[in-house]
Design a protein around this ligand. Structure first.
Ligand code: CU
Length: 144
């Protein structure tokens, strides 16, 4: 079952002259939680229905300590995670955050299963996108 999210685009004062990112949205968001001592992955699809590319430059959550932008890469058969500084969401496009690719990394998860965790996504133009991400175990929303 897919969860729909209530999203709130918060215009920043700095972005008042360029509200290009008002058409950003997120679907299929969830956090893959294991243990408090193990960083949790955050997954979603980030949609950009605007005329301009959107540049994601950071994320934060009061329940994560640090929330980083990560990418998993296959380096000669071994999956490595690297920190990325920004992720471009093309105009009229989308970027999937999924296992094996881009993800949010919640370094110190302070959460329980079935909770919803508030997350703020920050973009280069000063825009922020607020969402809540439901917390699942390793099997994810599908429960498989
Ligand atoms: Cu990671």
């Amino acid at each position: 079952m897919k969860h729909s999210l209530v999203l709130l685009a918060v215009p920043c004062l700095l972005a008042a002259a360029a509200p290009a990112y008002a058409q950003l949205s997120v679907s299929n968001a969830w956090i893959r939680y294991l243990l408090p001592s193990v960083p949790a992955g955050g997954y979603m699809t980030l949609h950009n229905d605007s005329e301009s590319d959107a540049i994601l430059t950071g994320a934060s959550s009061p329940d994560c300590g640090t929330l980083m932008l990560h990418k998993s890469e296959d380096k000669s058969g071994t999956e490595m995670m690297v920190k990325v500084d920004s992720i471009k969401v093309p105009a009229h496009g989308e970027v999937k955050f999924e296992q094996g690719g881009y993800h949010l990394m919640c370094m110190k998860p302070n959460m329980k299963l079935d909770e919803r965790v508030p997350v703020t996504l920050k973009f280069k133009d000063g825009t922020a996108l607020l969402l809540t991400m439901p917390v699942y175990g390793p099997a994810g929303p599908s429960g498989q």
